[in-house]
Design a protein around this ligand. Structure first.
Ligand code: GLN
Length: 484
């Protein structure tokens, strides 16, 4: 049962071959038996209560495709009934007075909340090792990182601890962990999914999306997650759409742009091999490969690591031990209380980002760093606009290597930042991007570690991305493989 996709589960639930309660219990048992550290909070009684309500809906016929299906949320989405920590000591005991819009929408569709998923602290990281609650283990190889920051979401899908999860992507945090764990994830166009109740990291980049087993499942979830929200000032006002409407369209004549800069020196040979094999598969499906250039790719790292920390330093100022979060037990005066609370509450990477962010926004440095970064951000978006005149979708690796060993880069922030090279530009431009499983690494160690293929679309081309991903998943079985 735990290997079933959402559409399969939906059919079983609607034909009463299984109840929402039985399904929820099955996943709760799997979570209880797992030692991956993917889940931070579960409340079986609460989950079963929701499942019972879903069973009432299933009996009455008042359902959606997702009614009765369990979902787990990244602990960045706030929830009323479970703690919302963002992977931080600062919010260790925080319970929100409201549910995030995404949580609300999925609950209204009838989904059953399984719990909250581990992530890097405030979504800052690429390995999930920045979580105050400890790293998540990669289910394929427990000595490897699961990727980050949505490591718990990707690991939970790979280990079949949940059939659906939510995640967020600021610079790659849906695509990179999906790649490292061999599962499917999509980050939609910036503004498609409400940020209301998503604990903010870098607001001009943060975007929620689903991680699941297949492209079709991601489309089903996105259908329920996306949509205008007046509570989010950057939410897009668009007509609702069925993101799965084009799943079965042929890829005959599809032009796939292959950015030269994504196949550069830094790309590991085994990752390149898996990606090239996938591209050959696309040619068999009738697509043609077009050589393109995204010349500013290299600059996406310095640009992102100026803009994201700048926004983070502003967003995280609210965690002062008064309005929100941990308050130190001992302090001399008001200023000392702020200082001690933030010193104790934040981890090293978060502090590093706050310091960098405050620096690049400060008088005298604003023009030299922040403004320059914003200008280059525009040029990066223009690179994509030019590329999409020559092709329909862009493909390449998600990350330069397969998942690395736990601890291997834990003391080297720059090594972590460099590994974001292929995901950051999409986020800076606000474009939709996906990762789908396309193979494994090579050699004794890497042969157990998955490789993801990155698909990048033009604005609002989610339906096309899902079509292109789905067609690949009809002729390959990487997405059906699981370590359990
Ligand atoms: N790895 C990137 C960072 O550390 C991206 C994280 C994300 O997308 N949330 O900021």
């Amino acid at each position: 049962m735990h290997t079933k996709t959402l559409s399969q589960l939906s059919a079983l639930l609607h034909s009463k071959q299984i109840s929402a309660t039985e399904l929820a219990q099955l996943y709760l048992d799997r979570i209880a038996a797992s030692d991956l550290n993917a889940f931070l909070h579960v409340d079986p009684a609460f989950t079963l209560q929701q499942a019972a309500a879903a069973d009432v809906r299933l009996a009455s016929g008042d359902t959606t495709a997702l009614t009765g299906i369990p979902v787990a949320h990244k602990d960045i989405f706030v929830t009323r009934h479970l703690r919302s920590t963002a992977g931080s000591h600062m919010l260790e005991n925080y319970v929100s007075p409201f549910d995030a819009t995404v949580v609300n929408k999925l609950a209204q569709a009838g989904m059953v909340t399984l719990g909250k998923l581990n992530c890097d602290e405030f979504a800052m990281g690429s390995s999930n090792e920045n979580s105050y609650f400890g790293a998540v283990k990669n289910p394929w190889d427990t000595s490897a990182v699961p990727g980050g920051s949505s490591g718990g979401s990707a690991a939970a899908i790979a280990a079949r601890l949940a059939p659906a999860t939510t995640a967020t992507d600021t610079g790659g945090s849906i695509r990179q962990p999906a790649s490292f764990c061999g599962v499917t994830g999509i980050k939609p166009t910036y503004g498609s999914v409400s940020r209301y109740g998503m604990i903010a990291f870098a607001s001009s980049l943060d975007q929620g999306g689903p991680i699941a087993q297949t492209a079709e499942d991601c489309g089903l979830l996105l259908n329920a997650m996306a949509g205008f929200d007046e509570k989010d000032s950057t939410s897009l006002e668009r007509q609702p759409e069925n993101f799965n409407r084009d799943l079965n369209q042929s890829l005959q004549g599809l032009r796939i742009g292959i950015p030269r800069e994504f196949f550069s020196e830094g790309l590991a040979a085994d990752v390149e091999q898996a990606v090239r094999n996938a591209l050959a598969e696309y040619e068999k499906l009738g697509a043609t490969l077009v050589d393109i250039s995204l010349p500013k790719t290299e600059l996406s790292i310095p640009v992102y690591y100026v803009i994201a920390p700048a926004e983070a330093s502003s967003n995280l100022s609210r965690f002062d031990g008064v309005r929100y979060g941990h308050r130190a037990a001992n302090y001399k005066d008001l200023n000392d209380m702020y200082r001690q609370s933030r010193t104790e509450g934040f981890g090293a990477e978060v502090k590093r980002r706050i310091l960098v962010g405050a620096y690049v926004l400060s008088h005298g440095y604003y023009d030299a760093y922040y403004l320059q970064a914003q200008r280059i951000r525009r040029l990066i978006a223009q690179d994509f606009a030019a590329a999409f005149e020559q092709c329909d979708v862009i493909m390449g690796p998600v990350a330069p290597t397969v998942a690395w060993d736990l601890g291997a880069k834990a003391d080297d922030p720059v090594a972590n930042y460099l590994a974001d090279i292929f995901t950051l530009s999409t986020s800076l431009a606000g474009l939709p991007g996906m990762s789908i499983p396309c193979g494994f690494g090579q050699g004794e160690k890497n042969a157990k570690r998955p490789v993801g293929l990155q698909l990048i679309g033009n604005y609002f081309e989610e339906a096309r991305l899902l079509n292109v991903a789905h067609q690949f998943q009809q002729v390959t079985d990487w997405h059906t493989r699981a370590p359990v």
